[in-house]
Design a protein around this ligand. Structure first.
Ligand code: S3P
Length: 166
């Protein structure tokens, strides 16, 4: 079975949905950020701090290449993984890509209580979300399917994806 790849902006629910989906389909769940943290022995925010975003993106691309060699995974990609064309090519080479979508307001509401996302640890996260979302829209559009998460629960999003892959 092909991998199921969940992409989308930070706070769209990739990890929560991925876990539910994997359980319901009897597949293994992996989170790209978790793999990077494990390999580097550091939290994502620490990697950004100590080694810089470029280093993180490099590690992320390596994970994308490794995932392309495996099957039957449900993968939560990092929010910025799709910016690199080669990552998209690798992840899609053996996977169906779903982009989870939410409005900037919803994203802000879901992410504001958390400090583990270095890109949103800025003085005006609302503005940053709007700016990054606009910049990234064309990259997220590369997914095979788009799933609006706005009015759906985590289970609801998982069900929608299950309908799409039937
Ligand atoms: C990032 C999203 C994060 C993480 C890193 C960079 C991004 O993942 O990979 O902080 O560039 O959008 P989540 O989307 O899982 O928060």
């Amino acid at each position: 079975m092909k991998n199921i790849i969940l992409v989308g902006f930070m706070g769209t629910g990739k990890t929560a949905v991925g876990r539910v989906l994997a359980k319901r389909l009897g597949l293994r769940f992996v989170d790209m950020d978790d793999i990077i943290e494990e390999r580097e022995g550091m939290k994502i925010s620490e990697i950004f701090d100590k080694k810089g975003e470029g280093y993180f993106r490099h590690a992320e691309s390596k994970v994308a290449r490794d995932i392309a060699l495996q099957s039957g995974l449900v993968v939560a990609a990092g929010g910025g993984a799709v910016i690199d064309e080669e990552n998209v090519r690798n992840l899609k080479s053996n996977g169906i890509m779903f982009c989870l979508v939410a409005t900037p307001e919803t994203i802000f509401g879901r992410t504001k209580g958390h400090s583990h996302r270095p890109l949103l640890n800025v003085s005006d996260p609302k503005e940053k979300i709007a700016e990054l979302m606009a910049k990234r829209a064309e990259y997220y559009a590369r997914a095979d399917y788009r799933v609006d998460t706005g009015n759906l629960s985590v289970d609801g999003v998982a069900e929608r994806i299950m309908e799409l892959i039937k």
